[in-house]
Ligand binder design. Structure first.
Ligand SMILES: Cc1ncc(COP(=O)(O)O)c(C=O)c1O
Length: 372
């Protein structure tokens, strides 16, 4: 059909839709499949969030509070910021979209790394902006090359820290040195979707960069309720930024972008330190156990600061992904990310991790993948 679409929209490759679990189970003849493909929380949602959502259902005929007053206040308290420095989104994805809407016009440039989270580039394409993509260096963001790629058309730099899919982390000094080399005309967006899983002593001091921008560019931190809080399906994330940046983002957002149950659920989850700590503890234990078990099987898991692992399996990752599906274990092939012999898996519960390792051992043997 002839449609009046701009070329930069027609050129976008749609996000490949995943199949629902039920469909996969039917197709592969398995039951009780486990999904370790999307870096979700294996311990489920916070029970306090579930209860708070239930209690709100009878008010669904009302519009939500357009300012998300209570949730914004609670997030600000938790982060150590003021409410004017917080912008909530329908997932942190939406805050990425706000940033691109607010700062990127046709022909403006945005720097991202490859491989990293794919949504940054997508929103830039929608805007008709230009993606400048810098390859990772030894699995880490190549900050020197990123700084060298900045021009007077550069508006934003996106850095996911830890990086998805490699799980690597930038240290404090490296980040501070990087900021000092950049012009103040750009905005540095640090996507900290997985920072909850990083020991506080190892995190960069993001609030100091946001609060004290003298001599450095504006910095934005992105956080999410989708990972450590177990609320991926609810769609709540937020950005922490200078109030002047926040004020611009509020201009491009819809008034009711955080729905009624999402506000109630996220607020209750923030208060559920038991669930949060169980997730962090379980993830750390699972990470150590899986790392050992996968290495014993002859795979090479890359060290991870997150709730997932990138693993070199020593053979075609897509074939392994298919073989694992027949065992009822859903992992992600990293072929499309440029790692044809790697899969990415999410750390699960102890039982899920055991099932994954057993299935992996069987599949590696069946496929004849070499030991490393
Ligand atoms: C690096 C990174 N940022 C953001 C997100 C998306 O977060 P949200 O669910 O808050 O939109 C993900 C999800 O996997 C991610 O890996």
């Amino acid at each position: 059909m002839q449609l009046p679409t701009p070329q930069h929209i027609a050129a976008i490759v749609p996000y490949p839709p995943g199949k629902p679990m039920d469909e996969l189970e039917r197709e592969y003849g398995v039951t009780n499949a486990i999904k370790l493909a999307s870096n979700e929380n294996a311990w489920g949602p916070s029970p306090k969030a579930v209860a708070a959502i239930g209690a709100m259902l009878h008010t669904l005929h009302r519009y939500p509070d357009g300012s998300s007053y209570y949730l914004t206040e609670a997030v600000a308290r938790w982060i150590g910021a003021s409410p004017e420095e917080i912008v909530l989104g329908n997932g942190s994805n939406e805050v990425i979209e706000f940033l691109v809407k607010a700062f990127v016009g046709t022909g403006d440039a945005v720097i991202t790394s490859h491989p990293s989270f794919l949504m940054y580039q997508k929103f830039v394409q929608v805007r008709g902006g230009s993606n400048v993509v810098v390859p990772l260096k030894a699995m880490h963001h190549d900050l020197e090359a990123i700084a060298a790629a900045v021009t007077d058309r550069t508006r934003l730099i996106f850095i996911d820290n830890p990086n998805n899919p490699t799980g690597t982390l930038i240290d404090r000094k490296t980040f501070a040195d990087f900021l000092a080399t950049l012009p103040q005309s750009v905005i540095v967006v640090v996507d900290e979707a997985y920072v909850d899983f990083v020991e506080p002593s190892e995190r960069i001091d993001i609030m100091a960069s946001i609060r004290h921008p003298e001599g450095i560019p504006a910095v934005v931190s992105l956080r999410t309720f989708s990972k450590a809080f177990g609320l991926a399906g609810l769609r709540v994330g937020f950005g922490v930024m200078h109030r002047d940046v926040a004020s611009l983002l509020h201009r491009v957002r819809q008034p009711f972008n955080i729905n009624l149950v999402a506000q109630a659920g996220a607020l209750a989850a923030l208060d559920d330190t038991d669930h949060y700590n169980t997730t962090l503890r379980g993830t750390a234990e699972g990470r150590a156990w899986l790392s050992r078990a996968m290495t014993e099987l002859g795979c090479r898991p890359y060290p991870s600061y997150t709730n997932f692992f990138l693993i070199d399996v020593g053979g075609d990752a897509t074939r392994l992904y298919e073989a694992m599906l027949y065992k009822g274990v859903i992992v992600r092939s990293m072929k499309a990310y440029g790692y044809p012999e790697c899969i990415r898996i999410t750390v699960g519960t102890a039982e899920e991790n055991q099932r994954f390792v057993t299935a992996l051992g069987d599949c590696l043997r069946d496929l004849g993948y070499g030991r490393r």
